[in-house]
Design a protein around this ligand. Sequence first.
Ligand SMILES: NC(=O)c1ccc[n+]([C@@H]2O[C@H](COP(=O)([O-])OP(=O)(O)OC[C@H]3O[C@@H](n4cnc5c(N)ncnc54)[C@H](O)[C@@H]3O)[C@@H](O)[C@H]2O)c1
Length: 377
Amino acid sequence: MNTITVKRNDKPIYNIEFSQSYDIIKEKLEDAGINGRKVCVVSDSNVSKIYYEEVKRCIESLGASLCISFVFEAGEDNKTTVTIFSIIERLIAGHFDRNDFLFALGGGVTGDMTGFAAAIYLRGIKFYQLPTSLLAMVDSSIGGKTGVDFNGYKNMVGSFHMPSGVFINTSSLNSLPEREYISGYAEIIKHAVIADKNYFQYLNNNNAGALSKDNAVVKDIIYKSCKIKQAVVENDPTEKGIRAFLNFGHTIGHAIEKYMDFSLLHGECVSLGIIAAAYISHSRNLISLEDYEAIRKLVKAYRLPLCFADIEQYTAKSADIGNNMDEILSIIKSDKKADGAVIKFVLIDSVGNAVIDTTVTDEEIIKAINELGGFHE
Ligand SMILES: NC(=O)c1ccc[n+]([C@@H]2O[C@H](COP(=O)([O-])OP(=O)(O)OC[C@H]3O[C@@H](n4cnc5c(N)ncnc54)[C@H](O)[C@@H]3O)[C@@H](O)[C@H]2O)c1
């Protein structure tokens, strides 16, 4: 229960290690070739000041000849090519070569950028993921998708570049702001809804422990989610097929995220997108009213938004979304996941089983968004 090995074509490519401190790096990377090499730890302005010194000590104990940090101002706004070029300038100035290393210490923004810098510097160097947000632990640190936003388009520039290892230190969640922590549960609920009915039940039974950050429960949940993500990325490493299941809740979720000018957290939008996709699944009789209600209940139990009224405290734009359906539809159609004119929608035909559907109509999307505007429990 402390290690997951991610494979490709049955060959192990990297391990996800679970622990409650960064000391595990010393043990697990003893033979990783860091002795005598340079390391740059990329981190954002919030995370760096809490964890960099601890990580640096571990890296230095492995015999690294140099350990430097690259710190950027926290936030999605800085997930840009500009920051990537600054990282690269830093590596050039430090004479990093192909055998040196990057470490991503932070949330998904840090992981995506560090991975991308590692993918393109000298045509590819090794990097390790040290995810510190719940979202990064269960989602972005696994699977090798790296990249940055470009001209207002999310993740428009990037590449697949696998990490050499992922170190999940669950105790780092203690400093994660509450809203960020809750937001991470949207991807976790998504995993259960698309892939595992028992896990769905487990989340139902353990919401109190999860929300109070009971370490045994949180570790269990992260582990179970990582197993689901592992199975999906192993089967479809470059998103040609079933990896698209992970987009459940993201078609409408992303559109809401963009429409709200990124004033909401990703997980909050995914949560609304999950409700919308479950609603469409129910209105097509793919799932029962009971299952639809069970999904709503779970989302609510994790204090995630069920409807626009739940997010109005964060953005005034939630009030007028009903009058701007054309804009939402046009955002959905310009999304990367729309394949030409066809929108690849992920629905469920039971709790725990996802299906891809390319026949969801504009009317169904509008009805689902109206549903988000109508309820407030
Ligand atoms: N590559 C993938 O497969 C994949 C999958 C999902 C999401 N993503 C990307 O992930 C990003 C979102 O990730 P995120 O939600 O982690 O955002 P983030 O990296 O911006 O982190 C969220 C906030 O929490 C702070 N933070 C993180 N860990 C902390 C800790 N332990 N203590 C204190 N503060 C902490 C950060 O400084 C930041 O302010 C998006 O850019 C999204 O596109 C990528």
